[in-house]
Design a protein around this ligand. Structure first.
Ligand SMILES: Nc1nc2c(ncn2[C@@H]2O[C@H](COP(=O)(O)OP(=O)(O)OP(=O)(O)O)[C@@H](O)[C@H]2O)c(=O)[nH]1
Ligand SMILES: [Mg+2]
Length: 317
């Protein structure tokens, strides 16, 4: 207990080694250490602004985040970055790429960058990402920028609960705007047209404006920013706009945070219940047999679940 207390104390004081260790634990190492740490730090979280940055692969999210980090550092803030990286589990190359793009911050003790693999988490990716964000928050990093590719369900779920969401688009991807429409456009608080030096930026902005004009009257229209992240151009006004969004985000922020709390509670409950079922009521072999029975119509799934639940011990019952 004493050891875990000092560990938590060091994390809360911003010690980056304690922070990195806690992150490894929540990413799938020791689940009891992770739970203990998160229980201890939770009261010290909820202070940081969480900014989601999402968009198509290669749209310049990491480059842009590297620039935003510099902008927020210039305002005296300690900045956390969580890059949820779909390809890293397979190659590791993309993580390296992000490190290179954010290299200028590698030696800054007031910047902490964590790349997360999307596979191999104990529990889900969304759970692991929320936990890592909490750890950064507890260690005093604020804002925390979360990068995800805006394609998969998991990734959309992750940014959906950020306090502010920036969606990055690039010219010359006309069809992509259609593809992104489902799910992503609704969650944008702000659009970034990156690689704006390229031909087609005007056209993209016009398309985007036309599409946003279809939104029901009374809903607020997200602002559109143009950037050339590779050259660091026009990133300061973007940082201003994000700051303003976060400051003015009152009611919406409360809703997002409640959504995040709800998702975390239900996900964790589901995880823990399944663990308990596995421990107490269902071996992997028995599970396979039940699956066969259901597939071959010897049993219906309702009866199967009822049978399993009857064998699970519930405290206080
Ligand atoms: N022309 C141009 N290239 C840019 C700009 N911003 C970034 N890039 C380049 O676009 C490429 C992809 O940039 P990243 O920042 O890795 O993009 P990403 O969206 O993080 O990519 P993934 O994480 O792989 O989805 C890199 O070669 C960048 O140098 C820009 O404003 N203009
Ligand atoms: Mg990236």
């Amino acid at each position: 207990v004493a050891a875990s207390l000092t560990r938590v104390g060091r994390l809360l004081s911003g010690d980056v080694r304690a922070l990195a260790r806690a992150m490894s634990a929540v990413e799938g190492g020791s689940s009891s250490e992770a739970a203990e740490t998160l229980q201890a730090v939770y009261p010290r979280t909820g202070r940081a602004d969480v900014i989601g940055v999402t968009g198509a692969p290669g749209s310049g999210k990491s480059t842009l985040i590297g620039r935003l980090v510099a902008a927020f550092r210039g305002r005296g803030r300690r900045v956390g970055v969580v890059a949820v990286d779909p390809s890293s589990a397979f190659s590791g190359g993309a993580i390296l790429g992000d490190r290179v793009r954010m290299q200028e911050h590698a030696t800054d003790p007031d910047v902490f960058i964590r790349s997360m693999a999307t596979r191999g988490h104990l529990g889900g990716l969304a759970r692991a990402t929320s936990d890592v964000v909490d750890l950064l928050d507890a260690a005093g990093f604020d804002p925390i920028l979360v990068e995800t590719v805006g394609v998969g369900q998991d990734e959309v779920e992750i940014v959906r609960t950020a306090d502010a969401v920036a969606v990055v688009l690039v010219p010359g991807m006309g069809d992509d705007i259609q593809a992104l429409k489902a799910g992503i456009l609704e969650i944008a608080d702000l659009f970034v047209i990156n690689k704006a030096e390229r031909e087609g930026a005007d056209r993209l902005q016009a398309d985007l404006e036309a599409m946003l004009a279809l939104a029901p009257a009374g809903t607020s229209r997200p602002p559109i920013h143009r950037t050339v992240a590779a050259r660091g151009e026009v990133v300061e006004p973007l940082a201003d706009a994000l700051t303003a969004l976060l400051l003015s985000g009152g009611p919406r922020r409360a809703t997002r945070r409640r959504e995040r709390a709800r998702a975390r509670l239900l996900t964790l409950l589901g995880e823990r219940l399944l663990e308990r079922v596995g421990d107490e009521a269902l071996t992997a072999r028995a599970l396979d047999r039940l699956i066969d029975d259901i597939a071959e119509r010897r049993m219906d799934p309702y009866t199967a679940v009822q049978g399993i639940l009857e064998r699970v011990r519930v405290e206080g019952r």
